[in-house]
Design a protein around this ligand. Sequence first.
Ligand code: ASP
Length: 310
Amino acid sequence: MNKYAIAIHGGAGTILRSLMSESQEKEYRAALLASLQAGNKALENGGTAIDAVEAAIIVLEDNPLFNAGKGSVFTHDGRHEMDAAIMNGKTLEAGAVAGVRNVKNPVKLARAVMGHSEHVLLCGGGAEEFAKEMSLPFETDEYFFSQQRYDQLLEIRDTGTTQMDHSAPNNKKFGTVGAVALDVHGNLAAATSTGGMTNKRYGRVGDSPIIGAGTYANNQTCAISCTGHGEYFIRAVVAYDISCLMEYKGLALAEACHEVVHKKLVALGGEGGLIAIDAKGNIELPFNSEGMYRGMKKQGEEYWVAIYGV
Ligand code: ASP
């Protein structure tokens, strides 16, 4: 029997202690802890890594503090288009959805794509139709509306730029969410869910639902969930690159993460971070931004959450 472990993130970006109130910080820490607890509960008593990452993500999707599910950011045309993915490191099965609207928990839909369709990635209306077939819950536009997020859009709507949610100048930082886990059977899993970037074009898809870019899991190497400026993470094929450095070059998890997050991505200009776990339960939480909402829990150890860089 292996020792189980789980790690989560709630987005990386310009997250500064000086701009965060004590009560805000408390809320974030409580939310990260609740997510870890849900994941940990799923892993206890022989539960699977895939159930654990889904459970951890659902808690964050339902929390308006994070840019996923309920708290998703606005597109340029004032809507919400969400991306999510999940991958099973044992079988290399994966499911993902892109640009879905009004689906309450996109990670559940990604899991349904993995388990109940012949496909890996469904997008837009087709994915929503599939959600209905799977009897997954939908929510109204009001459910996804928040004044803070709308203000974020209005601030940059006419600038022709997109913005990572957690890099908003007013420090109302909420990020993409992700989870990676190792279960007692030695299986790895990863999942990521996001509303993308504020002011993104209709139809823009980020790295999160792209298997190998923002999400990847393979029992032979590691499980990874990324957060950051998605276009760079796609171009650098971040998650699979880390796995490849381990598989083909024999790098340890920490070395592989360092190579990609602090060298390759930095050289390209890609801001962000990721969470990673290997089959021995080693966990890495690297980021090249000011901070990253993050946490982990290993069997027999205390819960641990953090927000800022050193
Ligand atoms: N990676 C996400 C995207 O580009 C954004 C984020 O991590 O917050 O869609």
